[in-house]
Design a protein. Sequence first.
Length: 456
Amino acid sequence: MGSAPSVTDEGRAPGSVAVRDDPGLARELVDRFRRTGDRRSVSVSDLVAPRRAFWRRRAPPPPLSAERAAILSVGRGWHRAAGRLLSNEGRLEVRLRQGGISCRIDLLADVPVEIKTGGTPVGADVVAERPEHVEQLGMYCALLGQDRGRLVHVTLSDGRCRAVRATDVTFRDVGRLKADLRSREQAFRAAIEAGVGTGLPRCRWFGRGCEFQEAGACDCRGDEPTGTPEIREAVAAVTDRPEISDRWRRALAAAPAPAAGPERFRELLYPRRAYFERVRGVGDEGPIAASAAPGATDLYRRLLETIESGPVGEVRQIPSGWDAPEEEVVGFRDAPILLRTSRAGARIDPRNVATRLPQYGLELGLRCAASGTALGRVIVGYERAETDADRLQVLEYRFEDVAGYARLAHERYRRLAEAIALGEPAGLEPCPGWMAAGCPYRGECGCEADGSRSQR
């Protein structure tokens, strides 16, 4: 076991950190890694809107308009707020992978719950008005082997929650749901393999602000055949749940509007880089993969699918505070987790990982602080390992001063916001030297002039 010394200088990681190998968990995950194989999973979201997913696989989505991006940002903010406020009703953002199909269930309570935000209230017939929502819920039920799920529609206006409607949907034949799910999966995989999406059903986003259509990046016409109605026809009952609607509405109405803050933990790790990304603009790197090694995406994907293929609820979002970054804290067995890949020829020695790779401990410590936990894990996948038995390593971190990481996060974000307001990044921590080669801001940031070789 290794232990990093206490560091109290401004901007540095606070407190001591104990790090140890967990070979037992590593062996368990290696067995799971072998079983999951290397086939890329298809998400439930892909199967709800397969044409849009097809074009997303072929090319990154075109940039959104500022207006559209703002609307989506407000929706995501209230979506997170709902989860944080009502996390005591179940497990948040439960990740599940089963037989090559994956999903994230917003809230797993007595039934799977899908939360939707929008500007228009749902009318009397939720199946007719929101068929894609019912289909998505039906797919969750199919994967879980349950016959009932819940839709919660949150209506927003002027940035505030105005109404909530909770609806239970009961399906008469789970076997029918599973059969339709597999049929959709096969059709989608066939389209991806052939590189032709014309056999996929009509895109429900056609004419509704689809970024691919607006950019002329797809060949959809809008008159393609509709998809199969199997899931909608399997609906046996739709039941309003006014008591749940009222409870959620009161909780959301009393909550403050989501405040502006850091979007990702990466901004707190590398505040000078974050300054330029905020000022110049940057593409989305995704919530967990933000620090994945370049060129290691396939192994990273396999690591992600490995941890998601365990028991239901093993991987979920751990609720975080209001002032934490917007990025979710992903938990594995109730502890924050980081997935990382490495091209190193030797495994990491836990006795010196805190000094050799301080970014691991710093980011994990920030996530632990956001979620109020003292234990976290880093799972490292080795690109150059000759056998699967040597492919994975699990490092367990225990933090002595979690509150110190919270103070560090607040201070770094305060200084980042101040630098952006002043238009002057020089006072922010420089990025480590290893980041310089691929940094698009290398010529103007001044990190190399500061002689930075340290993450801290």
